[in-house]
Structures are given as structure tokens and as C-alpha cells.
Write a protein of this length. Structure first.
Length: 262
């Protein structure tokens, strides 16, 4: 609060509840002034106030500063409702496509993850599937390193990040020992999650070096702003609702510029 009063803060990230409940904070805003109010994931203001009532109230508590709302998932038909909910009637709406000139879409054929027989649909051997994903991730990371770039592999848990980083490092060293043509020298492979003590070291390495492979939870951030990123791999867990899924999707992996979803 003292830093806010003294004007030492360039950016302050708050939850709607903090704005709604903290009277002293709102008073500090009135005294110090706010240059810009930004609503991130703004589409949530259309549905979440039903169970987070502070969201609606926080909009009215904010000072009359310029406002900006950011979202990647808002339907065009809902634009007007969102602007009214955020007190931004008449604001200019800027839409941009997610597909940019520096992206490439590619579909790869792979062996089935599920097998179909007269007895029904059965899952393939889990160890074999894990080995396939692990090997494919490493080869894509090596391709990124060969282009003097970096790679991110997103997983769900800290344990998965630690285990996969160890396994990728072991396979990477095996490529060198076997004098494989897939090996690229000087690659750094490390895990990143909220339980890692030297996260800042990894962040600096990723931003300043090349040939860095980070196996991370979403703590690493999905909005990494780096021109060196060549591949983003998602180890996705999914449930299957019907046999149609096996027929239509089990044979392929969609890859937007090496953005691979397992």
C-alpha cells in the first residue's frame, strides 16, 4: 500500500474481490490516480459474476480511468453485453485472427492410440504410448534446437514435469552416446514449476539462450513472448465419449507450427 501511495508501482495485479472488499485500496486509487484499468480474460465477466458477485461490484468501484478488456474467446454476438458489463459502452473493438504469418499448420499421421476389435475398443499399452510421446517430444525439441530455437513441453503436474525432464535428458544423452544423427549438441533440458527453487535462473536461460527445452506446468505461462520458441508441446489428458472419437481423431495429431497436442 505504501508503494502505491508513493507512486512506485507501474503495474498492480488484483482480483475483483480485492477491489470490492478493500476500501483503503480504493481510496488509494482515488488519491493516486490510475492510468489504465485492464480486464484480463474479460469474457469471464459475462458468466462468472453469477457465483463471484464481487466481479460485477468491482467494475463500479474502479476509478474513471481508461479501460481495456482482453480476451481470446469472446463471440462476436456477446461484444455488446461485455462492454456494458465492464462499463465500456461505445469502446472500440479490435479483433485479430490467432493465425499469423509466422505460424504453420501441419497434420502428422501416427499409429492408433486406441485399437478396435470385435470385443470393442481397447487402449493400447500405456508404457508403449508414453515411450512414443516421450520420443516424439525429444525429436521435436531437437528439431527446434537445430533451428537455434527453444522448446516448451507443457504437462499437468509438478511430478510429471520432473519425471519427463529426467527422461528426456536421459534420452538426449543416449542420442549422444549412440552417435545418433538426431542429437544436437549443447541442449539444456530442465523442469519448471512452482516448486522449483531456481525458477528465475530457468527464466533467464530461456529468454537469453538458445537450445533450451523447458518441461513445465502452466506456471511457466502460456503467453511466453519470445521469438526463439520453435515448438510448444502439450501432453493433454483426455476422456473419450464415444467410438466416433477413435475413428476420427486417433490417427492424427494436429500441429500448428510444431504446436503438438498429445
Amino acid at each position: 500500500m505504501e508503494s502505491l501511495r508513493r507512486g512506485r508501482l507501474a503495474v498492480l495485479i488484483l482480483s475483483p474481490e480485492q477491489v470490492d472488499f478493500n476500501v483503503h485500496l480504493r481510496y488509494a486509487f482515488e488519491c493516486c490516480g490510475v492510468a489504465l484499468v485492464v480486464f484480463d480474460e474479460a469474457h469471464t465477466w459475462l458468466s462468472w459474476p453469477a457465483w463471484r458477485s464481487a466481479m460485477a461490484r468491482s467494475v463500479h468501484h474502479l476509478t474513471a480511468a481508461p479501460r481495456m478488456a482482453l480476451t481470446a474467446t469472446l463471440r462476436r454476438a456477446s461484444e455488446g453485453r461485455l462492454l456494458r458489463a465492464l462499463g465500456m459502452d461505445g469502446a472500440c473493438v479490435i479483433r485479430q485472427a490467432f493465425f499469423r504469418g509466422n505460424l504453420m499448420l501441419r497434420v502428422e499421421h501416427r499409429r492408433p492410440l486406441f485399437a478396435s476389435s470385435s470385443a470393442g475398443v481397447t487402449r493400447s499399452n500405456s508404457d508403449s504410448e508414453y515411450a512414443y510421446r516421450q520420443r516424439r517430444s525429444l525429436l521435436l525439441a531437437m528439431e527446434a534446437a537445430r533451428r537455434d530455437g527453444n522448446a516448451i513441453v507443457y504437462v499437468h503436474t509438478r511430478r510429471e514435469a520432473d519425471a519427463l525432464a529426467r527422461n528426456l535428458l536421459r534420452e538426449y544423452n543416449a542420442l549422444y552416446d549412440n552417435k545418433s544423427g538426431d542429437h544436437v549438441a549443447g541442449v539444456l533440458i530442465c523442469a519448471y514449476h512452482a516448486g522449483v527453487d531456481d525458477r528465475r535462473v530457468i527464466e533467464l536461460a530461456f529468454s537469453s539462450r538458445r537450445k533450451v527445452v523447458v518441461v513445465a506446468t502452466v506456471a511457466f505461462g502460456l503467453g511466453i513472448n519470445s521469438a526463439a520458441v520453435r515448438v510448444v508441446i502439450h501432453w493433454v489428458r483426455f476422456r473419450v465419449a464415444s467410438r466416433v472419437f477413435f475413428v476420427r481423431f486417433s490417427q492424427h495429431i494436429a500441429v500448428p507450427f510444431f504446436r503438438l497436442a498429445f
